[in-house]
Design a protein around this ligand. Structure first.
Ligand SMILES: [Zn+2]
Length: 211
C-alpha cells in the first residue's frame, strides 16, 4: 500500500485543550495543537483521519470547480432572490456594490418581517434584529436578546431562510443546541434538517454569490 503524504500546517493555540484537525475553505489541512502537545501528534492525527481529510479536500475542490464554471457577474448570473430567479449583471465594482446594497435592503425587509411573524410563535421577543454580512455564519443570538442574521439568506430558498430565523429566535428561549432546543426549532421549522443540509451544501456558493 502506498502511504500518502498529506501536507498540513500546525497552529499552536493557548486555548485548545485537545489536538484538532480542520480544513480551511481553501482546502488546506490545519492541525491545532495545545501549547504542550508534541509536534508528532499533528502528523499522527492527519494520518489517522486521512480518508476523512481526502473527502473534505475533494468536496472543496468540487465546489471550486462549480463556482469557477459560473458565468461572471459582467456576463450576468442568475441568483434566486427570496426564491425567485433574477438575472444579476454588473459591469464594474461600483455597480456590483450598488446591487449588493439593494439586495441587503431587500434582505433586511424580508428578514425583519419573518422575525416579526415567528417571534410570537416561538414565544420570544428579540430586543434588536441586525442584518450583517458575516462570512462564516448565517446568524447568531446574544444573551441580551438581540439576533443578527446574514443578508445572503435572501439568496436561499424561503424555507431555509425561515429555518435560520427560527433557529436564532429559539436560542432566545433555549441557549445551546440541546435536545430541547431542536424540539423547539423543529416544531416551527419541520424541514430544519433539510435546510441545514442545504446550507452546508450551498455555503460557498451563497458567500461568493457576488464575487
Ligand atoms: Zn445555534
Amino acid at each position: 500500500m502506498e502511504s500518502a503524504t498529506r501536507p498540513f500546517t500546525v497552529r499552536r493555540s493557548t486555548r485548545a485543550r485537545h489536538v484538532r484537525l480542520t480544513v480551511t475553505r481553501e482546502g488546506d489541512a490545519v492541525v491545532v495543537l495545545p501549547l504542550r502537545a508534541p509536534e508528532r501528534a499533528a502528523a499522527a492525527l492527519v494520518e489517522q483521519h486521512g480518508a476523512w481529510l481526502d473527502r473534505q479536500v475533494a468536496r472543496i475542490r468540487a465546489t471550486r470547480v462549480r463556482l469557477d464554471a459560473r458565468p461572471t457577474l459582467a456576463d450576468g448570473r442568475v441568483l434566486h432572490v427570496a426564491g425567485v430567479p433574477r438575472l444579476i449583471a454588473a459591469r464594474d465594482t461600483a455597480m456590483r456594490d450598488r446591487i449588493e446594497r439593494s439586495l441587503r435592503a431587500e434582505a433586511r425587509r424580508l428578514l425583519v418581517a419573518r422575525v416579526s411573524l415567528f417571534a410570537p410563535l416561538v414565544g420570544v421577543r428579540p430586543t434588536r434584529v441586525t442584518v450583517r454580512a458575516q462570512r462564516a455564519r448565517w446568524g447568531s443570538a446574544s444573551r441580551a436578546g438581540a439576533i443578527s442574521l446574514n443578508w445572503r439568506l435572501v439568496l436561499a430558498p424561503p424555507d431555509v431562510l425561515d429555518y435560520v430565523v427560527i433557529h436564532e429566535l429559539s436560542h432566545l428561549a433555549v441557549p445551546g443546541h440541546s435536545r430541547r432546543f431542536w424540539t423547539l426549532v423543529r416544531r416551527h421549522a419541520p424541514s430544519a434538517d433539510a435546510s441545514r443540509r442545504w446550507l452546508r451544501d450551498h455555503h460557498a456558493e451563497l458567500m461568493a454569490a457576488l464575487d
